[in-house]
Design a binder for this molecule. Sequence first.
Ligand SMILES: Cc1cc2nc3c(=O)[nH]c(=O)nc-3n(C[C@H](O)[C@H](O)[C@H](O)COP(=O)(O)OP(=O)(O)OC[C@H]3O[C@@H](n4cnc5c(N)ncnc54)[C@H](O)[C@@H]3O)c2cc1C
Length: 530
Amino acid sequence: MMRDKLTRQDAWGQLNRDWDLLIIGGGITGAGIFRMAAQAGLEVLLVEAKDFAYGTSSRSSKLVHGGFRYLYNRQYNVTFESVREREKLLREFHGLVTPLSFTIPNYASYGFPSSMLHAGIIIYDLIAPKWNHQRLSAEEIRGHFPAIRTDGLIKGFRYQDAVLDDARLVLREIREGIRSAGTALNYAKAECLLTTADGSVHGVVVSDQSGEGLPSVEVKAKAVVQATGPWSDVLRNQIGAPSRMRKQRGSHLIFPRERFPAPEAITLFHPQDQRAMFIIPWEGATIVGTTDIDHEHQLEEKYDEPFASRAEIDYMLDALAFLFPELALSEEDITSTFSGLRPIITSGAENPSKESRAHQIWNEKGLITITGGKLTTYQKMADQTLETAAAAAGLDLNENSLKPTGSPDYLVHNRDLDPQDYAYLCGRYGPDLNSLIQVMKNNDREHIEGLPNLWAEVRWAVRSDNIHHLDDLLLRRVRLGVLLPQGGRSALPRVREIVKEELGWDEKKWLKEKKAYLRTWQKYYSPDPG
Ligand SMILES: Cc1cc2nc3c(=O)[nH]c(=O)nc-3n(C[C@H](O)[C@H](O)[C@H](O)COP(=O)(O)OP(=O)(O)OC[C@H]3O[C@@H](n4cnc5c(N)ncnc54)[C@H](O)[C@@H]3O)c2cc1C
């Protein structure tokens, strides 16, 4: 919940009233629906089983993009919708969603005529519509990426997409919904559906997962929406609906920029199977991703989170060995790894990469499920879901101002902050920036060990952004857990001081949280996971 911790119990006590809309799932899809529903004047409750953005929405490749490769898979509608949505998000979340140039080098071994790549890029620009690409010679590419393979490099192109911190976007949407009088609870799991005598879904039993021991509650609503991404089949199966999801894992590697510098992003094709992959400069580091494989073998009880397997790490290192042989990148150079599960609606395609990324909405006995899709298209998905729910339950929507508040004006910057830091914080915190500045203590203006983040973000998150566990703070509110070596061990003493001061954790609680966090990091995010 977004108010202070003491009021979680109060909010819990009010769960059993009649809601207009109940949303299950606090990823980007649920968060988008939540904000829009609250702005439309509905009495709306969102419940998230773990932390906000715990699922796929903190584990994406961080791109707001049209999905250039979907053109080659003939998923034209996905690309069309995504490019349009990218342009909207760049305007609405100025500073959080930022433009990013991509170089796409073409090698003789790819077997693609350059004219084919060029045609794709032209279509991409025509959809936006903006003319924003260039041809690059092999020399120009080498000028940007001095260590890139030149052997077989024919030429290349540069085109534009955008990058973001995915978890921060989720939090911005959730907080905006709360400002419009919505209620959102993390660590609140929808356990089982409640149905009327005729079998229609009209609520769920919600259990407390925070460890505070709050009693389970029956929550009823005129409309029940689930936005549980890859977990969509679990509640659907309770009303006899057949499974439709195919969990596809995508993993990433993070390298320190000093070891693997990427002044701009690269789209590459893996030498083994020609799958498109990305190298992305992000938050002062370099991300490489992703893989695309069926997730079954990690579904055992002992694994709570997906992680990059040995084979996936080797596969990605192989791609880097092809593209940057001079750098000789190896496992020792990796700072961390992370994996997410794509919510894919299966068509039974043999090759996971060929499955459609389009979203679908189903109304099954009153349970409205929104799934599939991409982070880039979440607003469109949210809008359609809200309309479906309103029509099904006869809800009136006040649609006067259904859009996010946006980021504060960059030019009116706070004199106490470096203008670059101010611009960075504007994007990440939007209308909450003033409250973040107010809680700052003197040395909170310092950067966290060379990251773009300030210590002030840690203090503010601990005080106001509903932290229950250390991993909420270090893996989703700020990302020092994946951006610093060893899960950010060196920063932990200062984090300890802040959580003790702001949350009143005693030493016993701190040690318990630290141990659990480091175990999670080692198992799911370290270069030697599993
Ligand atoms: C590797 C990878 C890379 C990607 N890269 C990109 C990209 O660069 N750009 C892009 O646009 N898209 C990308 N995507 C797709 C995008 O990340 C997802 O489409 C999007 O994040 C899905 O959001 P969601 O809210 O639907 O699901 P999720 O983010 O998974 O949220 C679902 C939430 O529901 C919760 N939940 C589940 N069951 C319950 C329950 N019973 N009660 C309460 N809560 C529950 C979960 O804990 C979870 O937090 C990528 C996906 C992957 C896997």
